[in-house]
Design a protein around this ligand. Structure first.
Ligand code: F0G
Length: 432
């Protein structure tokens, strides 16, 4: 099977055993599969057959991982080299209260926060670290708003490869910092923002021959395509009308478009869902470019409560524009207040997510209110990260530190004395 790296801008090709993230022309690279050669081999039956029997932990990742199940469309490698937890196989939730809150008959939530390290990044990292191992990388590195560093730290530890993560000092959520430290990554707190950290890690990786595992790395995106593969397979290959996701560095937006394009080319789906990318209003360069018909590449000074998507100069910009074209996609934006209220709703039905993920739900609600998504259409919003990633944001919302919180659940103080406790519990027991 021929897999090559191909420039998304000028179509130049490079071999996959060479360390390279951008083309000589400056364009970003894709992992390019020979779709003609794959067509006779890859079909719904192949992937459905691999789903039979519940996944069990002690078999090869080619069988039990929700990424490597689709290996022909990701990276054709043998089970013995794969570094896997295993990842994927995430649930597709729905809840009537949430559906009606966003204004839909049914809203589906693909919960990527239920991956091994609590975010969708694991799907890309299993492929990226496997490739690092194949290349014999001396060390791996990334810049991160938190989740990528947590995932890289875990997978590098599994593979026994040193990991160096660059994070914006004081700007990543506590759960994510804890993970990077716990999994043993060398953690550089950069006195700057994510965009500064990204610029620095790119340069240092080039100069010192360290393997870069940001979503700039095309192998990462191949793994993240499996989110779409799982969604579509979960719908028995009849895709939903819309897939809505939060957008920061635009790696996922790029991966989703490529996944849908390939599924359509291979005849695995008849129809391509529309992709809606949602940005935080304070970190909205892609939204602004979209409004200008992508005639201008925009960068901003980013600020948002959703620290995961606090990104002003997204790297996968060009590949994400391609997704908009392939899927008749669109970009919208939501305020921090909308994000935190949507999060409180997702949390309050017992599912839970981190702030950036709630942007997908807030964005869905906005698009329904604007009449762009119809109430009877099928919509999957992708919850990208786990509730436990950012405990401080959640506690602030519920304890009165978040202005205008629509759904706070305030903790009550009570004396350590039975009379007082009885009085409070009596009042609460019948309330909802
Ligand atoms: N949601 C979460 C929870 C994220 O961690 C990220 C990105 C996104 C959404 C946006 O995805 O960048 O592909 O557009 N987090 C990166 C990180 C930047 O470093 O962890 P994107």
């Amino acid at each position: 099977m021929i897999v090559r790296l191909q420039c998304a801008r000028c179509a130049a090709v490079y071999p996959t055993d060479q360390v390279r993230y951008v083309c000589d022309c400056g364009g970003l690279l894709d992992v390019s599969h020979d779709l003609e050669a794959l067509r006779p081999e890859v079909n719904r039956h192949l992937f459905d057959g691999r789903l039979e029997g519940a996944p069990t932990p002690h078999v090869a990742p080619t069988i039990n991982s929700g990424v490597w199940r689709y290996r022909e469309l990701i990276l054709p490698v043998t089970a013995d080299v794969i570094v896997s937890r295993p990842e994927g196989n995430t649930p597709l939730y729905r809840h009537p209260r949430l559906s009606s809150w966003v204004g839909l008959d049914t809203l589906y939530l693909k919960h990527e926060g239920e991956n091994p390290t609590g975010s969708f990044k694991d799907r890309g990292m299993t492929v990226g670290v496997t490739q690092a191992r194949l290349l014999g990388a001396r060390a791996v590195a990334c810049a991160s708003t938190g989740n990528t560093s947590a995932s890289l730290a875990a997978y590098a530890a599994l593979a026994g490869i040193p990991a160096i993560v660059f994070i914006p000092a004081g700007k990543i959520a506590a759960g994510k910092l804890a993970q990077a430290l716990a999994y043993g990554a060398h953690t550089l707190q950069v006195a700057g923002n994510f965009d500064d950290a990204m610029r620095l890690v790119r340069q240092v990786c080039d100069e010192l021959n360290v393997y870069l595992l940001n979503s700039l790395n095309p192998f990462r995106l191949e793994g993240q395509k499996s989110i779409v593969f799982e969604i579509v397979q979960g719908f028995h290959w009849r895709p939903p009308d819309w897939i809505v996701l939060p957008a920061g560095n635009l790696g996922n937006t790029a991966a989703f478009g490529k996944a849908l394009y390939e599924l359509k080319q291979l005849g695995l789906i008849d129809r391509v869902p529309r992709v809606a990318a949602v940005q935080a209003a304070g970190a909205n360069p892609f939204y602004q470019s979209f409004r200008k018909g992508f005639r201008e590449r925009i960068a901003v000074q980013a600020e948002t409560v959703a620290t995961a998507i606090r990104i002003g100069a997204p790297v996968s910009y060009e590949r994400a524009i391609r997704t908009m074209g392939w899927t008749d996609g669109l970009v919208t934006q939501v305020s921090d207040a909308e994000i935190m209220d949507a999060k409180a709703m997702v949390d309050g039905v017992g599912i839970g997510c981190e702030p950036a993920s709630a942007a997908a739900v807030a964005g869905t609600r906005k698009l329904v209110a604007e009449g762009i998504i119809r109430p009877d259409q099928s919509v999957v919003a992708v919850l990208t990260g786990n509730l436990l990633k950012d405990p401080m944001a959640t506690v602030a919302y519920h304890t009165g530190e978040w202005p205008d919180a629509a759904y706070p659940n305030r903790p009550l103080s009570v004396a350590a004395e039975m009379g007082a406790v009885r009085q409070v519990v009596e009042r609460l027991a019948d309330s909802r």
